[in-house]
Design a protein around this ligand. Structure first.
Ligand code: PEP
Ligand code: MN
Length: 340
């Protein structure tokens, strides 16, 4: 529930509402805006009836929040969440590139790719050290050794590391290696992992599950937020449909939907979303047009020699062109936006 207080409300009156909410076992949220103070109440809204809020003169409006998600709900936060990592700001009108190979394969491989994608404009380096592969016979990743190479790439280039952690215990164990914790599609509903991600002081990139509805994705983000971490990036990465021509069906309409319903930044992964490097290149630009806050894209110096996902991986040269072409598109979009 959202409670909008009238302009001349006193501090005592505001405090009395906050106290009343918490005494009923709900979580009060104090959301001061530039014009008015708004109070949120998270929990079983029926209990609030005993407060008779509607009778209080300093309450202007009471808005029930029908959606099951509260903390990540756009209604609870004026403006968008901007996630800052040093001088990189994700969300709020920027477009951020997280680029790199599917998997870390060697020290030289990740450092060479990191240097090249950085020169082209990437701010985040992606690369998996633990690979959740469909086949147990496929390359499973270099594990901790891979994390060490990522760390070295970070030291050399200044890029922030986005990498997937599969297990709850590893969130803490490998804390020093990642700057953004990636929760993969297969783990989207691993609630213990989500809660653990809620305890850390680093952003989380949460990927949409293979067959997850958007509301389910948002509810998983709510788990992380409720555990204490609201620095969450939602990531559309394609879903299973009846279509088999491509690896997945990239649901780009998810971007404006998620941005309308939540205040979180939204990324698109056109690589896993399509499984095809030529189409991924085009869909990356399409993602920018939908209003995405960035992309997570697989890039390799030699995609054909990649240990995993080579077919959907673009070359470092193509990445340079992609940043250039996307930049031109974003320019046009910004101009249109300013004219309206
Ligand atoms: C990845 O981005 O490395 C990955 C494994 O993707 P997903 O979890 O979306 O399949
Ligand atoms: Mn991959």
């Amino acid at each position: 529930m959202i409670i909008v207080l009238s302009k001349n409300v006193t501090k005592e009156e505001t405090d009395s509402i906050l106290k009343g909410i918490s005494q009923l076992g709900l979580e009060p949220l104090y959301l001061p805006g530039t014009e008015k103070i708004v109070i949120g109440a998270i929990g079983d809204e029926r209990k609030l009836q005993t407060l008779h809020l509607e009778a209080l003169p300093f309450i202007e409006k009471i808005i029930p929040v029908l959606e099951p998600y509260k903390l990540v709900n756009r209604k609870f936060k004026p403006g968008e969440t901007i996630i800052s990592l040093g001088d990189v700001h994700i969300g709020g009108g920027t477009f951020t590139y997280a680029a790199g190979p599917c998997a870390v394969e060697s020290r030289d491989q990740i450092i060479e790719i990191a240097e090249q994608v950085k020169a082209s404009g990437a701010k985040l380096l992606r690369g998996g050290a633990f690979k959740p592969r469909t086949s147990p016979y496929s390359f499973q990743g270099l594990k901790e050794e891979g994390l060490r190479y990522l760390k070295e790439a970070r030291e050399k280039t200044g890029l922030h590391i986005v990498t997937e952690i599969l297990h709850t215990a590893d969130v803490e164990r490998y804390y020093e290696y990642y700057d953004i914790l990636q929760i993969g599609a297969r783990n989207m509903q691993n609630y213990d992992l989500l809660k653990e991600a809620g305890h850390i002081d680093k952003p989380v990139l949460l990927k949409r599950g293979l067959s997850a509805r958007l509301e389910e994705l948002i509810m998983c983000a709510e788990y992380i937020a409720l555990a204490g971490n609201s620095r969450i990036i939602l990531c559309e990465r394609g879903i299973r449909t009846f279509e088999t021509a491509m690896r997945n069906t990239l649901d780009l309409s998810a971007v404006p939907y998620l941005k309308r319903e939540t205040h979180l930044p939204v990324f698109v992964d056109p690589s896993h979303g399509t499984g095809d490097r030529e189409i991924a290149f085009i869909m990356a630009k399409a993602a920018a047009v939908t209003g995405a806050d960035g992309i997570l894209i697989e890039v390799h110096t030699h995609p054909d020699r990649a240990e995993s996902d080579g077919k959907q991986t673009i070359t470092t040269g193509a990445f340079t062109r992609l940043v250039q072409e996307t930049g031109e598109l974003l320019e046009v979009l910004r101009r249109q936006h300013n004219e309206h």
